[in-house]
Write a protein that binds this ligand. Structure first.
Ligand SMILES: [Zn+2]
Length: 284
């Protein structure tokens, strides 16, 4: 079952968030018919966005990569209960050739934007430049730059030879202010020993096992287990509201040319159909 395990270690000086998100990412692949690289990008972003929703305890959080590269962008949004949704802007980059092997090639140069909504008037937004485009390093850098918090982040999606997703997940580890340098050094060393995080998550199977793998001798203490799932709350009515925000003249023209109008939810790719005569009645 997909979940995020939150924990403390090193006598409560270190916060650990570990996610297992295989079903969540598989659902995104199914709904959006993602190719391998898009599945990697959106999978990593959905996973980290769900983790960050529990880290920040915001009502909703949006993590967006905007890029001048072929993929153009990736967006994930989570509510406070780990319900995530998202999309990649361009899922077809066949014209860029077969030599694409890293997300950096598809997303660099670009920016990372994080908006957190705490239920206040304006959401809190931070922006940084992408460092590698592999997402985990970019998130770690974001925390260092914007919050001066040393952060380790790893995100992974593990596929078989046929491109089927076997596992997805990742972690964020943060030290509380004032933590001794030797603890920082030790965490860095342990994290570097984990190697390929995708494979490790597959082999260890659960977030609890990954926690023990990293910190079994450093007083790990699980503080919570939270659900995560791909879920969009769109409906025919909500998408109609969105549809009505586009230029009235343009909408009017389309409605007169065809008997039904189709609108697609960008987050979950649901297709909704409306009778043009009903649309005309509303806008006229
Ligand atoms: Zn939707």
């Amino acid at each position: 079952m997909d979940r995020i395990v939150t924990a403390l270690a090193y006598d409560k000086k270190v916060r650990v968030f570990i996610a297992l998100s295989t079903n969540t990412v598989n659902e995104a692949i199914r709904l959006h018919r993602l190719n391998l690289m898009s599945a990697m990008a959106l999978g990593r972003l959905l996973t980290v966005t769900a983790i960050m929703s529990y880290m920040t305890q915001s009502e909703s959080i949006a993590v967006q990569v905007s890029s001048e590269g072929p993929m153009k962008g990736v967006l994930a949004i989570s509510d406070e209960k780990g319900k995530v949704k998202g999309y990649v802007t361009n899922n077809d980059y066949t014209t860029y050739g077969e030599n694409i092997t890293s997300l950096g090639q598809l997303l660099m140069p670009g920016k990372l934007m994080i908006s957190r909504d705490f239920g206040l008037k304006e959401p809190y937004t931070g922006i940084t430049r992408l460092i590698t485009g592999e997402i985990a390093e970019d998130i770690a850098r974001y925390y260092m730059d914007s919050e001066q918090t040393p952060t380790a982040c790893a995100l992974g999606t593990y596929f078989d030879d046929k491109g089927k997703l076997l596992s997805a997940g990742g972690y964020i580890i943060q030290v509380l202010p004032g933590t001794e340098d030797r603890i920082l050094d030790e965490i860095e060393q342990r994290v570097s020993l984990t190697g390929n995080i995708s494979k490790l998550i597959y082999d260890l199977e659960t977030p609890e096992n990954l926690l023990n793998f990293l910190f079994s001798d450093r007083n790990p203490e699980i503080t919570g287990t939270h659900g995560i799932a791909f879920k969009c709350s769109c409906s025919k009515e909500k998408i109609l509201d969105k549809l009505l925000t586009i230029d009235k003249e343009q909408l009017n023209e389309v409605a007169k040319q065809q008997s039904t109008i189709e609108a697609v939810c960008p987050y979950c790719n649901s297709h909704y159909h409306y009778h043009s005569k009903d649309i005309l009645k509303i806008i006229e």
